[in-house]
Design a protein around this ligand. Structure first.
Ligand code: PLP
Length: 388
């Protein structure tokens, strides 16, 4: 296996390494606490208590109460549930509004709704990836059930004006969901300050395990379940709880909250250094996304005149791991719909690399990237004989 010491992992928006503290706690649960949280004898009650504590931690981090947090199998499931669950419930309001730059967990759910006969409106974005709120104002109507807009974009880092979206929705009694999978752990926020009705998070983006997410559902919001079964998660998301995953999620959130300010400051400083270093050393390297209102640990650069996939593979031979877009579009032939939505020409989009830093990124990692990247870019541009 690749030694974690040698590797420079700069794809933290795709997933993050498990925090050692989380791994330890999960191993303990897996080995010693196999009880079913629904069983009423002691090992069941212990497991239930652990799930309750984790729920409390997640709730507190979001500024929610425990009964408003529902564990799911992923951020994708949380997004699907929020959207399909609300659209099914509010049958008198058949329209759904989302943005042109959502993660496939939302955009493919929107496509599904269209196939089911719903009308879906897609809010366009400007060249920085920020929502066109005027479009939204003109589009909302008594026919709209729900607006779903992501908080921080996974490819560009663009932070959307969620509070403004809520202000537009409220007078029309429209519910608002936000996919906060890329914002959680990177931006300080609370569900009340944002004013949203539903919010999705996922553990593996915050140094927790894969395959566990949560959906915040504001008290009083009515939603249909996606699956049917037992009484778990208030009977809205049945199935025996993934105890180790839930406990791991809770521990990841606990650690995240403890180290939030320190991590954020350190990561942002490193990201600034990397950004400035790239701009100084590489001609025609253009940062996509806004300068402000961006999750700073996400750096999305177009390196005109080369294929980003070749760049990614060349960096991988140096044990430097980055991405050409969202984790889910990696295998697709098409250019990213996000880069398309901000108006990048296909050949520019194809020269675009996403570098995302995280808690375990070091000063030495940044030095190495600044050492290797300019030379690789120069070589690849030479091969494609592009004049820069
Ligand atoms: N939403 C956003 C913005 C994401 O970046 C991701 C993961 O890439 C997801 C949703 C999906 O989360 P999960 O991998 O837990 O299904």
């Amino acid at each position: 296996m690749e030694s974690i010491d040698r590797m420079i992992y700069l794809d933290n928006n795709a997933t993050t390494p498990l925090d050692p503290g989380v791994a330890e706690k999960m191993a303990w649960v897996l080995k010693e606490h196999f009880g079913n949280p629904s069983s009423i004898y002691p090992i069941g009650r212990d497991a239930k208590q652990m799930v309750t504590e984790a729920r409390e931690i997640v709730a507190e981090a979001l500024g929610a109460s425990r009964s408003e947090i529902f564990f799911t199998g992923s951020g994708t499931e949380s997004d699907n549930w929020a959207i399909r669950g609300v659209m099914r419930r509010r049958r008198d309001r058949p329209e759904f509004i989302t943005s042109a730059v959502e993660h496939p967990a939302v955009s493919e759910t929107a496509a599904y709704l269209e196939r089911q006969g719903h009308t879906v409106h897609y809010i366009p974005v400007d060249r920085k990836g920020t929502l066109d709120l005027d479009f939204l104002k003109k589009t909302v109507s008594p026919r709209t059930a729900l607006i779903s807009v992501m908080f921080a974009n996974n490819e560009l880092g663009t932070i959307q004006p969620i509070e403004d979206v809520v202000a537009i929705a409220r007078p029309h009694d429209i519910l608002v969901h936000t996919d906060a999978v890329q914002a959680f752990g990177k931006l300080p926020f609370s569900v009340d300050k944002l004013g949203v009705d539903l919010l999705s998070v996922s553990a593996h983006k915050i140094y927790g395990p894969k395959g566990i997410g949560a959906l915040y559902i504001r008290r009083g919001v009515e939603i249909d379940p996606l699956i049917y079964g037992g009484h778990q998660e208030q009977q809205l998301r049945p199935g025996t709880e993934n105890t180790a995953g839930i406990v791991g999620f809770g521990e990841a959130v606990r650690i995240m909250r403890e180290s939030f300010d320190k991590d954020k400051k350190r990561i942002e400083k490193l990201a600034d250094r990397l950004k400035n270093g790239i701009e100084e050393r590489i001609p025609k390297a253009v940062l996509n996304g806004p300068e402000k209102n961006r999750v700073k640990s996400t750096l999305n650069f177009s390196f005109y005149g080369l294929e980003a996939e070749a760049l990614l593979l060349a960096l991988a031979t140096k044990d430097i791991y980055v991405s050409t877009g969202s984790a889910c579009s990696e295998e697709s032939e098409d250019v990213s719909h996000v880069l398309n939505a901000i108006g990048l020409q296909p050949e520019v989009a194809r020269s675009t690399l996403r570098i995302s830093l995280g808690r375990f990124t070091t000063e030495q990692d940044i030095d190495r990237v600044l050492e290797e990247l300019p030379e690789i870019v120069r070589r690849l541009r030479e091969i494609s004989a592009i004049e820069i």
